[in-house]
Design a protein around this ligand. Structure first.
Ligand SMILES: [Zn+2]
Length: 197
């Protein structure tokens, strides 16, 4: 299971975005990533990707990596293995049909490592990828403004980190506007983290 970048990653930080694509927020995030020369991983929900195939193609053609975040985003710890496996396969197929690429990285919903998620990932040879810094923009920090969340992230982020944010959350574009220039000014490499997964 991956939680941080490899030790020899020098000064890389990898941004990852869960739960999209979202027709409003994802394009705003893609704009920021282009502006600041960032390459990220988007852990997409298959059901949403099927509704917005053009967004998935854009993520792919902008040079980002697409990861599997299941088709239906099951949150239930007791979701059975056979259903989990089918869900992961559905997501793989959806991504392949739209982009012609097969994800190798998988993030379980809520990062939950269960018998079902572990075994289903193993069955499909997917690498489970969690995170080391979490935005919390949708749970305990949901009432904080983008700058407060950004300041907290800047205190936490250091080389080797995998940062998890959500590209269906309206605060995330402003969070990126706040933190990306600051990280770049500290010479953090936000482009090649994917090579160090
Ligand atoms: Zn999720």
């Amino acid at each position: 299971m991956i939680q941080k970048l490899k030790k020899n990653c020098l000064n890389s930080v990898l941004f990852t975005f869960d739960d999209g694509p979202d027709e409003t927020i994802t394009p705003l995030i893609l704009e920021r990533l282009e502006t600041y020369g960032v390459r990220a991983v988007f852990f997409i929900v298959g059901r949403r990707a099927a509704k917005h195939p053009q967004l998935l193609r854009q993520i792919n053609s902008n040079g980002h990596t697409i990861g599997n975040h299941t088709f239906d985003h099951p949150n239930d710890k007791s979701y059975p293995y056979h259903k989990y496996k089918r869900d992961l396969i559905n997501c793989q197929k959806t991504i392949y049909k739209i982009t012609g690429t097969r994800p190798v990285f998988f993030r379980p919903p809520r990062g939950l490592i269960t018998f079902a998620s572990l075994l289903a990932a193993q069955h499909l040879a997917l690498k489970i990828t969690r995170w080391s810094v979490f935005g919390h923009e949708w749970d305990y920090a949901k009432n904080d403004d983008a700058q407060t969340i950004g300041e907290r992230l800047l205190r936490l982020i250091s080389p080797g980190d995998i940062v998890c944010l959500h590209d269906d959350n309206a605060k995330v574009p402003a969070i990126l506007d706040f933190i990306l220039p600051s990280l770049i000014s500290k010479n953090i490499d936000l482009f090649s983290g994917i090579k160090n997964l």
